[in-house]
Design a protein around this ligand. Structure first.
Ligand code: NDP
Length: 333
């Protein structure tokens, strides 16, 4: 059983030395347990937060322990009456090639509705984050302008498409021309701006949003968000999902204070974690699956192959090397 452990807590940008590859005997399942062979592993920006020893909404990783996170696997031995060999399951068992799970630690996924990998993306946590963060906090109305940062990523790409379903005008911000093309041509965003090649973001945004910004779905924080805030309309809603631009900073990020902007515009700014909506995950998954089947949603995955490439894939998130959901394929189903 190959495993990737947290070798040391990163300061600033993590690198290969943050992780350690190791190999252990597979633990055979006992009564009520199953042995899972990992097929897909998810790499997510929030994992960076778990690498430091600070209280948060998920417990920090322990040093020299397996990096936990969303993963999909196949049951290869079952000592549980709830699972059969060949079942595909999802859980938080993370960066290891095999895992012996108690039966309540994982759940079966439906192989029929869409490729199994989508349960780590559009039909999983990232899709649900987009769904609840946009609809419960952003609450876009027909004809309103919705701006999304990190727009070509796993969460952002779903947010924009849901906003289109709701009849909004959608403006995306992302970091490569390929992503800008993807947003406009594949996802039919109304406008898309490359923040890396645009000198004056405020001006570019003002041009893209002549009616101002009613909803801002923020995945990145920092200077990009500072520019968007200046365009908020009266009663605008800001859904604060992520702040990836600050995750690897060694000193605190201080930007313009937003209070007076929020006051002037009677705007609402609210952070959330997808777990806030856990009682409604089923509703969200059903809605996302329906839109997917109706062709109202589409998705992209960037899939890296090979267990040993998981750390690299994780680091790719901070280099912007992904369109849509970034996953690692560990084994063939
Ligand atoms: P993405 O698929 O969006 O991948 C990360 C992307 O962020 C990169 O591709 C890159 O795209 C962009 N990025 C990286 N560094 C920077 C930077 N310094 N400034 C601006 N953009 C940057 O990841 P996810 O969709 O999984 O997550 C998106 C955000 O949502 C993250 O902030 C994450 O923490 C948050 N999140 C929050 C959840 C919640 O419950 N609140 C749940 C899930 C995710 P580019 O080329 O455009 O720079």
């Amino acid at each position: 059983n190959k495993q990737i452990l947290l070798a040391k807590r990163p300061e600033g940008m993590p690198d290969q030395a943050t992780f350690q590859m190791t190999e252990k005997e597979i633990t055979q399942p006992e009564n009520g347990e199953i042995l899972i062979r990992t097929l897909y592993v998810s790499v997510d920006p929030y994992m960076r937060g778990r690498m430091i020893d600070a209280p948060s909404y998920v417990a920090p990783y322990k040093l020299n322990e397996v990096i936990g996170g969303g993963a999909i696997g196949e049951v290869i031995t079952s000592e549980s009456s709830s699972f059969n060999e060949g079942d595909i399951v999802i859980g938080g068992f993370g960066w290891q090639t095999y895992y012996t799970a108690k039966e309540d630690e994982v759940r079966k996924i439906d192989k029929e509705i869409a490729p199994i990998s989508t349960h780590l993306g559009i039909l999983g946590m990232t899709g649900l984050t987009a769904y609840f963060g946009l609809l419960e906090i952003g609450k876009p109305k027909e004809g309103e302008t919705v701006v999304i940062s990190g727009a070509a990523g796993a969460v952002g790409s779903v947010v924009g498409q849901i906003a289109k379903v709701k009849g909004a005008k959608v403006v995306g911000i992302a970091g490569t021309d390929e992503k800008i093309k993807y947003l406009k041509e594949e996802l039919h965003f109304d406008e898309a701006i490359n923040y890396k090649t645009t000198e004056n973001m405020e001006k570019a945004l003002a041009e893209a949003c002549p009616n101002g910004v009613d909803v801002y779905f923020d995945n990145v924080g920092g200077e990009i968000s500072d520019a968007v805030f200046t365009l908020l309309n009266k009663f605008a809603r800001v859904s604060v999902c992520g702040a990836i631009s600050s995750y690897n900073l060694e000193t605190k990020d201080i930007g313009p204070r937003v209070q007076s902007l929020l006051i002037k515009k009677s705007a609402l700014m609210q952070g959330f974690t997808v777990g806030d909506f856990k009682d409604r995950f089923n509703e969200g998954t059903v809605a996302l699956a329906k839109w997917l089947q109706e062709g109202k949603l589409t998705y992209e995955e960037t899939i890296k192959e090979g267990f040993e490439n998981i750390p690299d894939a994780f680091l790719d998130l901070f280099k912007g090397n992904n369109i849509g959901k970034l996953l690692v394929k560990v084994a063939e189903p």
